[in-house]
Design a protein around this ligand. Structure first.
Ligand code: X2X
Length: 339
């Protein structure tokens, strides 16, 4: 015969066991989660990532700790291996550039389509609308949970030889590019001689003059002191804008309680907004500073810019097929949409 008290205890235990998902014990969580990035603070990229770490820690009272590993160190400096490493769980999370993930996720080449986005508003209409949602769905199907957007910035071409005002000025220049083969195609179409290399190798190659030029946002050029290795000419052509995505390995994501998932996602959205502001304001401030350092900053007239657009139309059409014509069309519509 059972003691009634024991029965009550057993019933209560059964009730607890059947109760809907109680918050996972902290013991189920890792003491620390690895977050891969390329550029650390004070680059806007690192500012966004650091903010995420800070907000998550604060909003979980220190239960969830993210740790940034910058300069692609978790993938031995090869930033194009970040996405597969995160998908496989070698890395828990990343704040990564769409350029660096494009070799594995071809749809992310959308942001590298030459001269697709004329300004920040166009960029925001893509990332914050149905196209952004669609890209997040694609990433989700590929084994990572995307949470929010940040920004590396509009990328400008620089070189050590002379001012670039027309495609002819690019002729024969050796330009360091990263990530996707789309960049090889763009610079080849413009008559340059593109060479793919990681960020880790870029500055040494510029220093030794193994390459004549590179392309990166103004803030990156300034903070990495690219002018000091002889890059005296910048053309502000805004040919692509490079967004960053906060993402988490799927199994790691599923290990979090719904409440903690909500915190992680909202913290990414908030850190992203903070980082985007830092990126846009940073570019503005850096522009004045690099000019003061003696860098020639070339602004193109509409007619001059049109020549670069014209020369890259074939590459654009070719890559629209690879990325997906519907997705590219939706992005073009978002760009054209009036608020
Ligand atoms: O390697 C680059 O040029 C950088 C730092 O901008 C990226 O990771 C895309």
């Amino acid at each position: 015969m059972h003691h009634p008290r024991k029965l009550a205890v057993a019933a209560f235990a059964a009730f607890v066991a059947a109760a809907p998902a109680a918050p996972a014990a902290a013991a189920d969580y890792k003491a620390e989660y690895t977050v891969s990035t390329v550029l650390p603070a004070p680059f806007p990229w690192g500012i966004a990532a650091d903010k995420w770490v800070e907000l998550v820690k604060e909003r979980t009272q220190g239960r969830i700790n993210l740790k940034i590993y910058s300069n692609s160190q978790l993938v031995s400096g090869d930033q194009t291996k970040e996405f597969p490493a995160m998908r496989q769980g070698i890395i828990d999370m990343a704040v990564g550039s769409t350029i660096n993930w494009s070799p594995q996720v071809k749809e992310l080449n959308l942001f590298s389509m030459p001269f697709l986005m004329p300004d920040y508003a166009a960029m925001d209409r893509i990332t914050q609308g149905p196209v952004g949602e669609k890209l997040f769905e694609i990433l989700r199907a590929r084994g990572v949970e995307p949470l929010g957007w940040a920004e590396n910035g509009f990328r400008q071409v620089t070189n050590s030889k002379h001012e670039i005002r027309t495609p002819a000025d690019l002729s024969g220049l050796k330009i360091r590019v990263v990530g996707s083969p789309l960049y090889n195609d763009i610079f080849t179409a413009l008559g340059a001689n593109p060479t793919q290399m990681s960020w880790a190798d870029a500055k040494p190659a510029l220093t030794t003059k193994a390459v004549d030029g590179q392309e990166n946002p103004i803030s990156v050029f300034k903070i990495a002191k690219i002018a000091t290795v002889g890059q005296q000419y910048m053309t502000r052509w805004n040919y692509v804008n490079d967004p960053l995505i906060f993402a988490v390995n799927k199994r790691v994501w599923e290990s979090f309680t719904p409440e903690d998932q909500k915190i992680l996602r909202q913290a990414a959205v908030d850190a992203g907004a903070f980082g985007i502001k830092a990126s846009r304001e940073g570019d503005e401030a850096a522009l004045a500073e690099i000019k003061a350092e003696g860098v020639t900053v070339t602004e193109l007239t509409a007619a001059e810019r049109a020549q670069f657009v014209e020369k890259t139309r074939g590459v654009y059409a070719d890559w629209a097929k690879k990325i997906g014509p519907d997705l590219v069309k939706a992005a073009e519509q978002a760009v054209a949409a009036k608020k």
